[in-house]
Design a protein around this ligand. Structure first.
Ligand code: DX5
Ligand code: ZN
Length: 225
């Protein structure tokens, strides 16, 4: 059975000069998505542990930290110390993914693996039972505001089938190009956790958009049961 729908707005689309105000505009979020980019794994450089710690001071929702970095083992502890509740690491960047996932869980956080659009879901087969979350990228990572890659619907469904086959129940999160236009289809394919940056922050009232997205996703999950 699919988990209930959670919306994880990405602060990549927030106004960093007004971060506290923009966190208040997403106060109804289920999770807060924080995109950590190192300028190597992606062609963009974003937030360090000081930003995670700042969010922790003013947010009640769990912090969903998406590590788009090479050699995540070198810096994961910084983000755990700063208050990350969920850490997801790219399978493409992790040489010893099993050990990295175990370390995050030993530190008391939830652990997830992320796949880029070109990375097949089968890569995670042997580690699925250890994961709290799988994050499927539906754009190439680096920037907000890109278009959802259509082939991802089938990929989400393949991951869902693989989870059922091996008896694992990680949350399935999807990140990139999600909006009110496609979230129901993403949920129907098998996702339960939805990152949305521009769709939330470009809305007149981000909190109203979060509720709208959650309802669309939850209705699709229930209809698919
Ligand atoms: C892209 C990031 C996303 C981004 C999504 O590399 O991982 O989390 O903020 O932004 P939208 O929802 O605008 O595609
Ligand atoms: Zn992200």
């Amino acid at each position: 059975m699919q988990h209930r729908a959670l919306i994880s707005p990405s602060i990549l689309s927030a106004d960093i000069a007004n971060l506290e105000r923009d966190l208040a505009r997403i106060s109804s979020a289920d999770l807060i998505h924080i995109d950590v980019m190192d300028g190597h794994f992606t062609g963009n450089l974003t937030f360090g542990p000081n930003v995670v710690a700042a969010c922790k001071r003013v947010c009640t929702a769990p912090l969903d930290v998406h590590m788009m970095v090479t050699n995540p083992d070198a810096t994961i502890d910084w983000y755990l110390d700063a208050g990350a509740d969920i850490i997801t690491v790219h399978a493409e960047a992790s040489t010893h993914l099993h050990r990295t996932i175990a370390h995050i869980k030993e530190r008391g956080a939830q652990a997830g693996a992320v796949l880029n659009p070109a990375t097949p879901v089968g890569l995670l087969e042997d580690i699925l039972p250890d994961l709290d979350m799988v994050l499927l990228m539906s754009v190439n990572p680096g920037f907000g505001g890109q278009s959802f890659i259509e082939g991802c619907y089938a990929k989400i469904a393949r991951l869902r089938e693989l989870c059922e086959r091996v008896g694992a129940r990680p949350r399935i999160e999807v990140d990139g190009g999600i909006s009110e236009k496609n979230i129901a289809k993403v949920a129907a394919a098998g996702a339960d956790t939805f990152v949305a940056g521009s769709a939330v922050y470009n809305a007149e009232d981000p909190n109203t958009m979060i509720a709208h997205l959650r309802t669309l996703a939850q209705n699709a999950i229930e209809a698919a049961r």
